[in-house]
Ligand binder design. Structure first.
Ligand SMILES: [Zn+2]
Length: 311
């Protein structure tokens, strides 16, 4: 078992003991600001429950894999529906019914209630009924930012786990291990987010996607001019950064679609469409661990061939 969060030693110890002693409480309330890892912890707990081994989650078994892919039949998430701001009472009633259905694949089912602090008191009271007399094989994980939004009775039924942002050095170490951003970029994002890793990642990715969009525009402009040299130069800016290449390909699809839509009668519409159909193949190739330099030259050759053949 590898605890997935940086710092938060007290919570980590509590959770590890729950798992080791196989006495995970039937209701846990995870509290903390956006970006501190509440969902990561909820997913970890859910995976540990469905895995069920003494060192859970083992990350090897069927249950762990299904949990990782968010397809485990015994893990469900309740959250405000698309167009609504809060979890409504009908969702809780449905959850209550499901709670009494036996687990499909494992010994316990897990209900993750995301943004639980958006429940009004009627919904909370509805939930309380099942928290007070929970079916044997069920566990609830509530995720919330605002503890004050809960009825006392809900809080008293849950074991609360508080998460906070780590200190700078640990957050920086984590991000440089897990991402490809430079030390300066990471330090800058952490300063702006007050060491909140989730928010720092949002800032870093935002920057990455701006770069991807700009490069997609450049790449197509060079393609229009049959300028292979500069197409390759544009791609080389992503060397050693597979994640960014992936973002670039997505941006490229968006840009191509945009150009076709904006001017469907243009001389470029047909070759653009032909090129668009090739991008999927590039995305697949990127997954195969292909050498990036080779990938870039292939991409330029294919783009030029397809584009000019259809012109
Ligand atoms: Zn497992």
């Amino acid at each position: 078992m590898i605890f997935p969060l940086v710092s938060n030693e007290k919570t980590a110890l509590t959770v590890k003991n729950f798992i080791k002693e196989q006495r995970i409480p039937h209701a846990i309330l995870i509290l903390g600001d956006g970006g501190v890892g509440k969902h990561t912890l909820a997913d970890f707990l859910a995976k540990a429950i469905v895995c069920g081994k003494s060192d859970a989650p083992c990350d090897m078994c069927d249950n762990c894999r299904l949990a990782d892919s968010k397809n485990h039949p015994d893990i469900s998430t309740v959250a405000p529906e698309d167009d609504k701001k809060s979890i409504v009472i009908s969702q809780i009633r449905e959850l209550r019914q499901e709670a009494f259905v036996r687990p499909h694949k494992t010994l316990k089912k897990v209900f993750i209630i995301d943004k639980a602090d958006t429940m009004n008191s009627a919904s909370q009271n509805a939930l309380l009924k099942v928290l007070e007399e929970p079916p044997e094989a069920v566990m609830f994980v509530l995720i919330a930012e605002n503890k004050a939004a809960f009825l006392e009775t809900i809080i008293s039924r849950c074991v609360a786990l508080n998460l906070t942002a780590p200190e700078f050095s640990k957050a920086a170490e984590y991000l440089s291990e897990k991402t490809k951003y430079s030390e300066e970029e990471i330090a800058d994002a952490l300063e702006k987010s007050q060491n909140n890793i989730g928010r720092a990642l949002t800032l870093l990715k935002g920057k990455g996607s701006a770069k991807a969009e700009l490069s997609a525009v450049e790449f197509l402009d060079f393609l229009y001019k049959n300028d292979q040299y500069n197409m390759l130069l544009t791609l080389n800016a992503f060397s050693k950064k597979r994640v960014e290449v992936d973002a670039f390909l997505k941006a490229l699809k968006n840009e191509v679609t945009k150009r076709i839509k904006n001017d469907p009668k243009s001389q470029f519409a047909k070759p653009l469409l032909a090129f668009y159909n090739e991008i999927y193949g590039f995305e697949q190739a990127l997954f195969t661990n292909i050498n990036l330099n080779l990938f870039f030259s292939n991409m330029v050759c294919t783009a030029i061939q397809i584009f000019w053949r259809n012109k």
